[in-house]
Design a protein around this ligand. Structure first.
Ligand code: FES
Ligand SMILES: [Fe+2]
Length: 453
């Protein structure tokens, strides 16, 4: 009966009455990810980034991802391997293994494992031994792409194609990868990206301006179905004098999102300028998470060159409030995203929340995630980001700003209607790629704008 205490008369020192909320259980179905859990099984059907290339040196790297202890290495022939941490002989850790020309050799009795887990040598065993043919080490496939290492944790027979998003190859774009650990469940970290209203409060009105002043107004938010995969893109629309600024965010199950630009201010007409951030939120285990992403740096999203690619890396990025590295006082005086998702607790308890109108996106996402987890448990194959489209996968994240005089009657309704027309224009070119798509979308946006004058 989570909601009962709130029905008490307002302001009546309800501390004692609300105490019971402290013991409510977490929402296990969509938060817990250990092997064998419904959500853990669902997440294991997707490629996801697990580390930065820069984290892999000469020595093996011990990692925990998806609740599993692992070792990541690059052998001397250049191939990456991601193996279960403990040696299949007698459980010595392969973080102390020796990286060889092909594979990694356990330090304890010298068993040599290839990058796919094949046992190549068991040097202490008799020549007639068949142990290496009967056994193998747990291993996962790995792909390195533009400074990030991606892995697939699911059954090998179900391995999907690697998802190539259009924003992985934007013209004149520098991509800088970064990785930030947070001691919190993955879902509460990821939900931050489908909660556009927090931008007005956390990042502007309450803590002071952390990004752009023009974000101070509460947005008009609309959710648009996407052609590819399972998810939405949404527009956070704001008036800036006689302009209307559409910040477009991609949000795709299970854990992918793309923002608008980091340094777009909404003060000039702008047509289909692309994202500043391509991001995944990946579980380390049930109560630890990494945010792993590319920051995009280019003239279109950042004409004044305010971005700092050199600040992107392990536990570091060039925008506000993403790590726990600031002093406690600074974090209290001007909290950022890190403070809100970590302070919700190791696994936030949904039964203690009271979702309101501004949580529409969070509710929508949870509903879809729960449905996807259940469908998979019933035997359905999860919808991949590559579904229904040709590669590269068309995405929408970025910004458009159109000159559009304020509507005298109901400007918020006018902006909402306009966002649907912008979304239709974006989607209409899903079949095109690269420059052809950009040109088509930009032309249609200019035509739309001309019609509004
Ligand atoms: S424990 Fe690894 S070879 Fe024996
Ligand atoms: Fe934020």
């Amino acid at each position: 009966m989570a909601d009962q205490p709130i029905l008490l008369p307002q302001g009546q020192f309800a501390g004692y009455a609300r105490n019971g909320l402290a013991n409510l259980p977490a929402d296990d179905e969509i938060t817990r990810i250990m092997p064998g859990t419904p959500c853990g099984e669902y997440l294991r059907r997707f490629w996801m980034p697990i580390a930065l290339t820069s984290m892999v040196g000469e020595l093996p790297l011990k990692l925990r991802r998806m609740g599993e202890d692992l070792v990541l290495f690059r052998d001397r022939s250049g191939a990456y391997g991601l193996l279960h941490l403990l040696c299949s002989h007698r459980n010595a850790s392969l973080e102390f293994g020796i990286v060889e020309e092909h594979g990694i050799r356990c330090c304890y009795h010298g068993w040599l494992f290839d990058t796919d887990g094949t046992i190549l040598e068991t040097p202490g065993e008799p020549a007639t031994s068949q142990v290496k043919d009967r056994l193998c080490q747990g291993a996962y496939p790995v792909i390195e792409h533009k400074g990030m290492i991606f892995a697939y944790f699911g059954p090998i027979a179900d391995m999907p194609d690697f998802p190539r998003f259009d924003t992985m190859d934007l013209p004149d774009d520098t991509m800088a990868p970064f990785l930030i650990p947070s001691p919190a469940n993955w879902l509460q970290v990821f939900e931050n990206s489908i909660d556009p209203y927090h931008v007005t409060f956390l990042h502007t009105r309450v803590s002071g301006v952390q990004f752009q002043e023009n974000l101070v107004n509460l947005p008009v938010v609309d959710y648009h179905e996407r052609t590819a995969g399972n998810g939405v893109f949404y527009t956070s629309t704001r008036r800036v004098k006689d302009l209307v600024w559409f910040r477009v965010h991609d949000h795709m199950l299970p854990n992918f999102s793309q923002n608008g630009g980091m340094h777009v201010e909404g003060n000039d007409s702008t047509y289909f300028v692309r994202t500043g951030l391509t991001r995944w939120v990946v579980p380390v285990d049930d109560t630890n998470t990494i945010t792993i992403a590319w920051r995009h740096f280019n003239k279109e999203t950042d004409p004044q060159g305010k971005g700092r690619p050199e600040e992107c890396g392990y536990n570091s990025v060039d925008f506000y409030g993403q790590t726990g590295e600031r002093s406690y006082e600074q974090r209290q005086r001007s909290p950022g995203d890190y403070e809100v998702w970590v302070s919700q607790g190791p696994i936030t308890v949904h039964a203690r929340e009271h979702l309101a109108r501004t949580d529409q996106g969070v509710a929508l996402y949870r509903r879809r995630l729960r449905r996807a987890v259940r469908k998979m448990a019933e035997g359905e194959t999860p919808l991949q980001p590559t579904a229904n489209v040709t590669t590269p996968i068309p995405t929408y994240g970025g910004d458009t700003v159109l000159r559009a005089p304020a509507h005298s009657n109901d400007d918020r309704q006018f902006m909402s209607d306009l966002s649907k027309r912008v979304a239709d224009i974006y989607r209409a070119s899903d079949g095109e790629t690269g420059e052809t798509r950009r040109t088509a979308i930009r032309r249609a946006l200019r035509e739309l704008e001309a019609g509004l004058q």
